[in-house]
Design a protein around this ligand. Structure first.
Ligand code: GLA
Ligand code: ZN
Length: 669
């Protein structure tokens, strides 16, 4: 597709406002050596650019924009609305959010506004109006960054009223609310809209992830996601009014639970996100988040933030090892990023992020390991020009990811508290990752017809047209993999009566009578049809065949010999049902069958210890090979003979990638 920017954006959060102006010139000189071409500015400057209710001061920001423009930067202009100025909180205390315990916060922190506060929205809009008026036509301001990492929750009275209005719009009558939330349970029947209270600890919540009534808690999550989205749209519309052509985004956070990012992405010109893997995050976990972020719009995205070296806010803030930052940056690009941006360009002198890595360290010079690595990467990215930007990923396999299922699965009480949505989905992603099979992360309303194989892990909630879409996919020859805890409830967490997995029962050709759950120290086993076996854990569906065949049976307990994994022919396709959490090898055995039945191809025919992913422009295919293992790994023979975009050298089968090393092998189309 047509890329949004004329080059790979390379730079990141830059806060010259925190430094005397003598330093700025030095910054420019140093950044030039690293080929930095982009800066995200004005992220937390509200108090500076609006020192009081009726006073705005843009002189410093003007000088920053002028300087960066002279240097030819792509400026990512943030709107500063993510941290409230003290004067506003003093005069209008209701702009601060009220937390889950019901406490309204005082001045402090960030991401601290009540999203429904009319006062907050008024001041945010007024500020953005002035920013957009002043900067939206500046040729170097090529991207707008609304707020920052939208998130948090608010349980104030303003939000409570807004929630009631939101509910009226959704349900029309209070009777419909009672029915949706099954309020006859515990005698919670409501007779008036103003009896509705927010489900925090003072109401029907009993911890942030637990609730007495999933119906109200799910609606609250939908509502609060929409509330922040309204704040985003408010700012975006003002910016677009001043310049309809400009690109507007906000930085997302991967699998962050609080916001329905598929819904958000529809309102964003480009997706951007902040990638902060911890010392123990596996590369496949990072890869899944990148693919999810790409999947939000099915388009290239921006990495808005990553640290060049270490974070400050994790328990152990491990340095990125020599080469690791480069490998992680290319991993982002390999999965669809058209930028590499750092938090931040110069390391803070104070505040809780003074130990957070930056391009320029406290030493203040370019004579550091981190800077040299940043500079090397900058030169490489610059040399690609526009070769890779806008290029797409094509996959034959997809995995469904759905925020409403994320919320609902984790709210549900029983059968097992260890059932967490993201790790469940990750197990499926890991399989494709290991096999170097390209896979897309898809919303439940995606066009499924492009895929041969779909995995829908823990598809607990079936709503809207999901049943029909999945049935049509399978009827047309698709292979669908379903799991335990699927098809159980509708949009309000009320169970589909008549037997699990409810709407999926017919296509799966099974009936699940009961769901056992055992603590981790008790496991069961599954024996597959070929006699091999695998252990299994967590949940154990008690399955009756209704047309499906058993691919594996439990080996122990009172249900030994009954089906644990099944397959059903449906239309021209097939539905696999995995009734228990299989260990990775066991899961791979089933998924191998599904992949071969669906004729899904790996990017390379042989096994490889490298991470391999692929992007395609109109005329070129780019194979990104990254060595995340601790040993040297050879270039797969099937990719030998292709030139490396980074060095220009032709790869050979003798070519070996050291740990963290990268190749971008190209093939003309
Ligand atoms: C987030 C924020 C940044 C900064 C970084 C530090 O991503 O957006 O402002 O605090 O974390 O890791
Ligand atoms: Zn509020």
């Amino acid at each position: 597709m047509e890329p949004k920017f004329k080059r790979i954006l390379y730079g990141g959060d830059y806060n010259p406002n925190q430094w005397p102006e003598e330093i700025w010139k030095e910054d420019m000189r140093i950044f030039r050596n690293a080929r930095i071409n982009s800066a995200t500015i004005n992220v937390f400057s509200w108090a500076k650019i609006q020192p009081s209710e009726h006073e705005y001061r843009f002189d410093e920001l003007d000088r920053i924009v002028d300087m960066l423009s002279e240097e030819g930067y792509d400026i990512v202009m943030a709107t500063s609305t993510a941290a409230l100025p003290a004067w506003m909180v003093k005069r209008y205390p209701e702009v601060m959010y009220t937390d889950y315990e019901g406490r309204r916060h005082k001045f402090g922190g960030r991401h601290n506004a009540c999203p429904n506060s009319p006062v907050y929205r008024h001041f945010a809009a007024a500020l953005v109006e002035r920013l957009a008026e002043r900067y939206a036509h500046r040729p170097n301001v090529t991207c707008w960054h609304v707020n920052n990492e939208f998130g948090n929750e608010c349980y104030c009275d303003i939000c409570q009223n807004a929630f009631r209005v939101w509910l009226k719009d959704r349900y029309k009558t209070i009777e419909a609310v009672n029915e949706a939330w099954n309020m006859e349970f515990w005698g919670h029947t409501l007779y008036d809209w103003d009896e509705i209270v927010l489900p925090n600890e003072l109401g029907d919540g009993f911890s942030p992830d637990c609730t007495n009534f999933a119906g109200i808690s799910l609606d609250y999550r939908r509502f609060i996601s929409d509330s922040y989205l309204d704040c985003y749209k408010l700012e975006r519309d003002i910016i677009h009014r001043h310049n309809p052509q400009t690109t507007v985004t906000t930085n997302l956070m991967g699998t962050y639970k609080g916001l329905d990012y598929f819904k958000w992405a529809k309102e964003m010109d480009i997706v951007s996100w902040d990638n902060y893997p911890a010392y123990n995050t596996r590369p496949a976990q990072v890869a899944m988040k990148h693919d999810l972020m790409r999947g939000l719009k099915d388009q290239p995205f921006l990495i808005m933030e990553q640290t060049p070296s270490q974070q400050n806010w994790q328990k152990y803030n491990t340095l990125k090892r020599p080469g690791q930052m480069r490998a992680l940056s290319y991993q982002g690009i390999a999965h669809g990023a058209d930028s590499v941006q750092y938090f931040q360009l110069r390391r803070s002198v104070g505040g809780c992020e003074k130990f957070h890595g930056a391009v320029i360290a406290h030493a203040g010079t370019e004579n550091t390991r981190v800077f040299r690595e940043v500079a090397q990467l900058g030169r490489e990215l610059e040399s690609f020009g526009t070769a890779t930007t806008g290029s797409e990923k094509h996959s034959e396999a997809g995995i469904l990811f759905d925020w409403e299922n994320y919320w609902a699965l984790e709210y549900t009480s029983g059968p097992c508290a260890d059932l967490k949505y993201v790790p469940q989905v990750q197990q499926y992603y890991d399989y494709f990752y290991q096999r170097n099979i390209s896979v897309d992360m898809l919303p439940v309303d995606a066009d499924l017809s492009r895929y041969k194989l779909l995995c829908a892990p823990v598809l607990y909630m079936i709503r809207g047209k999901m049943k029909e879409a999945l049935e049509a996919f399978v009827r047309n020859g698709g292979i669908l993999v379903l799991t335990y805890m699927s098809g159980i409830v509708g949009a309000s967490d009320n169970v589909y009566l008549g037997g699990y997995p409810g709407p999926l029962r017919e296509m799966a050709g099974i009936w699940v009578e009961e769901i056992d759950s055992l603590p981790p120290e008790f496991q069961n086993g599954v024996r597959f049809s070929d006699g091999s076996g695998a252990s299994c854990s967590l949940v154990y569906d008690q399955i009756h065949l209704e047309g499906a065949e058993a691919l594996g049976e439990y080996t122990r307990d009172f249900y030994a010999g009954t089906p644990a994994v099944t397959r059903n022919r449906f239309g021209n396709g097939a539905v696999y049902y995995i009734g228990t959490q299989l260990e990775p090898d066991g899961l791979a055995r089933i998924l191998d069958q599904a992949v071969s039945q669906g004729q899904v191809r790996s990017l390379i025919p042989e096994a490889s210890g490298l991470e391999i992913s692929c992007r395609e422009s109109e005329d070129t295919r780019f194979y990104y090979l990254i060595n995340f293992s601790e040993e040297d790994q050879p270039v797969p023979a099937s990719l030998a003979g292709k030139p490396d975009l980074i060095t220009g050298r032709i790869s050979t089968a003798e070519d070996v990638l050291a740990p963290w090393d990268v190749r971008i092998l190209t093939e003309a189309l």
